[in-house]
Design a protein. Structure first.
Length: 187
């Protein structure tokens, strides 16, 4: 339950830094408001035993401002905020958020792309991994004060979810599903 929701000025931020960019384009002076943010990794996790995607559902305050609910369905993901390989960071996010222990070398790098290009332009690197029950070592749910719900979405329901506008989901999730179905010849 969300209570006492309010906006306050941001003075010292650990994760986003607003800025004004000034530049000249084709001889015209311009400016643009941006937010500098960390790059990220995201992982499409497929559970072979259950024939299901392992996703996360969590509260996102920015979404709450728009829909009054704030719950999103997303890929397991995390920011790149330490000196480690992207695959290592992805492995740690899988462990923390979803409870699977997988070796970084098992992660298949799919591609990278830029997100929020109108105001942030951070880069997200997408990975894919298949897991089974033997790799599940705890329930997941995140670390510290994160409240992440692990969701197992049967593959046979994924296409319906892709086009169900009542389900708040990220473009990265949609892209990952499309990649998966194209790879299986179901595109």
């Amino acid at each position: 339950m969300i209570e006492n929701f309010r906006l306050e000025p941001l003075e010292n931020s650990r994760f986003v830094r607003p800025a004004l960019v000034r530049y000249r384009q084709n001889g015209v002076e311009k400016s643009w408001e941006i937010i500098r943010v960390h790059d990220s990794v995201a992982i499409l996790i497929y559970d072979r035993d259950k024939e299901a995607f392992v996703l996360v559902r969590q509260f996102r305050p920015a979404v709450y401002m728009g829909d009054g609910k704030g719950m999103t369905l997303e890929l397991c993901a995390g920011i790149v905020d330490k000196d480690a390989s992207l695959a290592q960071i992805a492995k740690e996010e899988i462990y923390e958020e979803c409870g699977y222990d997988v070796a970084p070398e098992r992660l298949e790098r799919v591609t990278s792309f830029h997100t929020s290009v109108g105001f942030a332009g951070s880069k997200q690197t997408l990975y894919y991994v298949e897991v089974d029950a033997s790799e599940k070592v705890h329930e997941g749910g995140g670390v510290e004060m994160e409240e992440i719900e692990v969701v197992e979405l049967p593959v046979k329901e994924a296409k319906r979810v892709m086009f169900d506008e009542r389900v708040v989901k990220t473009p990265g999730l949609l892209f990952a599903f499309m990649w998966f179905f194209e790879r299986r010849g179901e595109g």
